[in-house]
Design a protein around this ligand. Structure first.
Ligand SMILES: C[S@@+](CC[C@H](N)C(=O)[O-])C[C@H]1O[C@@H](n2cnc3c(N)ncnc32)[C@H](O)[C@@H]1O
Length: 402
C-alpha cells in the first residue's frame, strides 16, 4: 500500500468552488459556484476550535498541533504541567486557557475526577476549549446549526455545566456563562464537530484507528448530508509544516455548477434503517436523497441489525457505527431484488474502500497543475491508494456527473 500524499491540497483550481446557499428544508448548504472536476480540492480550512478527544490523548499528543509527542523532547505546559507540546514553537502557541486552568485544578486531579469516562471527557474537553475562545470565535460556533436535544439520559448538560463551573476560574469564563449557553454549545458540538483521526500506518489494525482530537470547522459545518455524497473530507495531522489540523475537502467526481455539494456524516455503507435513525436522532431530519428513496422501497431491510451506539455521527466517524455484521450494506445486498433495485452499486464499487474492515471513502487525488486527472484514489480513513483500473477494469471515465 502506498503512503498518503504529503501535500494533498495542491492543484486546487482558481476561484472559489463553493458558495453558501439557503436550501428549502435543509437550512444552509454549500453549492458549486462553477463546474468542479473529480479529485479537486474544494477547500481546506483551519479549525475554529480544536480539542483533545480524551484525557489519554491529551497525554499522547501536542496540546497545540496534535502531532504525537516526541518521547524525549516534549515540552510540558509551564502553567498546568499536565499538557505538553512537541516543540518550543507549539509551547509559545499555548493551548486553550480555560482547559489549561482546569487541568491545574486540584493539583491536576480535578479534571480526571470530574470526567472519569471517555464519554464525559469528550464533551467536557469541548466545553473547556469552547469557553476559552475569544468572543467572535465563540459567536461563530454559536452561529452553526444545532443538533436536536439528546435522548433523556444521554448527555447531562447540567452536570457538565457544573463541572466547568467547578474547574474553571470565574474570571476566565465569558460574561454569558450559564447553563443555557453550555447546553447551546453542546448542541453545536454534537451537530458539527469532526474527528481528526489517528492516521493509518501500514500494519496497524483498523480497529485501533481512533480520533486523537475533534475540531469545528466553520465552512465544513455547512455541508449537508447525502447518502451518496459527491465530496469527502481528509485530515493529515502528521503532515509537516503548518496547517496539519486543517480539514481538506475533495470532490469525488465531476460536479456541475449549481449542484449542492454534500458529504456523508457516517460510513456510506450503512443500511437504510440505520442511516435514517441516526440522521433523525442526531441531526433532526429524514433523509430523502435519491438512494434513500430507492431503499425505502426495499421490503426486508433488516431493522434489527442496526447496532447503533448512539454516538454523534459526524463527530464519531471513527467508530464505524455498527460493529460486527453491522448493518452495513454489501455490494449486491440481499435486500435488492435485482440490479434495477440497486442503481447505486457503481458508487460502492468506485468510492468505498475495499481494505478489509475499512469503511472509508475513496476520492481521486487532485488533478495535476496542468489539469490531468490522477486516476489514483485515496481512502480518507486507511490511507490506501488504489488505481482506478483496479476497481473497475472494464470502465473508462467515472460516468458520474451530478
Ligand atoms: C452540519 S449542519 C449542515 C448545515 C446546516 N444546514 C446549516 O444550515 O447550518 C447539519 C444540519 O443540517 C441539516 N441537514 C443536513 N443534511 C440534510 C438533509 N439531507 N436534509 C435535510 N436537512 C439536512 C439538518 O438540520 C442537520 O442537523
Amino acid at each position: 500500500m502506498a503512503s498518503a500524499p504529503q501535500n494533498p491540497t495542491t492543484a486546487a483550481a482558481a476561484g472559489d468552488a463553493l458558495r453558501v446557499a439557503d436550501l428549502p428544508g435543509r437550512g444552509r448548504g454549500l453549492v458549486s459556484a462553477r463546474s468542479v472536476r473529480e479529485g479537486e480540492v474544494l477547500f481546506s480550512e483551519p479549525a475554529l476550535l480544536l480539542y483533545p478527544s480524551t484525557l489519554a490523548s491529551l497525554r499522547a499528543y501536542c496540546a497545540a498541533c496534535f502531532r504525537a509527542l516526541p518521547a524525549a523532547a516534549a515540552v510540558p505546559c509551564a502553567s498546568c504541567r499536565a499538557a505538553a507540546f512537541c516543540s518550543p514553537a507549539c509551547a509559545a502557541a499555548a493551548h486553550p486557557r480555560v482547559l489549561c486552568a482546569a487541568l491545574s485544578h486540584g493539583g491536576g486531579a480535578g479534571l480526571a475526577a470530574a470526567a472519569p469516562t471517555e464519554a464525559v471527557q469528550e464533551p467536557l474537553l469541548f466545553l473547556l476549549a469552547a469557553y476559552s475562545l475569544p468572543d467572535p470565535a465563540l459567536r461563530a460556533v454559536l452561529s452553526l446549526s444545532s443538533a436536536p436535544p439528546p435522548p433523556p439520559g444521554a448527555q447531562d448538560a447540567a452536570g457538565l455545566h457544573a463541572a466547568v463551573a467547578a474547574l474553571a476560574p470565574p474570571h476566565l469564563l465569558p460574561a454569558g456563562f450559564s447553563p443555557d449557553l453550555t447546553a447551546a454549545l453542546l448542541a453545536k458540538d454534537r451537530g458539527n464537530s469532526f474527528a481528526i483521526m489517528e492516521p493509518y500506518r501500514p500494519g496497524m489494525s483498523l480497529e485501533l484507528l481512533k480520533a486523537r482530537a475533534y475540531a469545528v470547522y466553520p465552512r465544513a459545518s455547512l455541508f449537508n448530508h447525502d447518502c451518496l455524497p459527491n465530496a469527502c473530507h481528509f485530515d493529515y495531522p502528521d503532515r509537516p509544516g503548518t496547517g496539519n489540523t486543517d480539514i481538506v475537502v475533495r470532490a469525488l467526481h465531476d460536479i456541475s455548477e449549481g449542484r449542492e455539494v454534500c458529504i456523508s456524516y457516517f460510513a456510506a455503507n450503512w443500511r437504510y434503517a440505520d442511516r435514517q435513525r441516526r440522521l433523525l436522532e442526531d441531526y433532526g431530519f429524514r433523509c430523502e436523497c435519491d438512494r434513500c428513496q430507492v431503499e425505502s422501497r426495499w421490503k426486508d431491510d433488516d431493522d434489527d441489525n442496526n447496532g447503533d451506539d448512539g454516538d454523534d455521527a459526524m463527530e464519531e466517524e471513527e467508530d464505524g457505527g455498527d460493529g460486527g455484521d453491522d448493518g452495513m450494506e454489501e455490494e449486491g445486498d440481499a435486500n435488492a431484488d435485482g440490479d434495477d433495485d440497486f442503481p447505486h452499486a457503481y458508487f460502492f464499487v468506485r468510492y468505498l474502500c475495499d481494505s478489509e474492515g475499512c469503511w472509508g471513502m475513496l476520492a481521486p487525488l487532485p488533478p495535476s497543475p496542468n489539469g490531468e486527472l490522477s486516476h489514483v484514489f485515496e481512502c480518507n480513513l486507511c490511507g490506501k491508494l488504489r488505481k482506478e483500473e483496479d476497481a473497475m477494469p472494464d470502465e473508462g471515465g467515472s460516468g458520474m456527473v451530478h
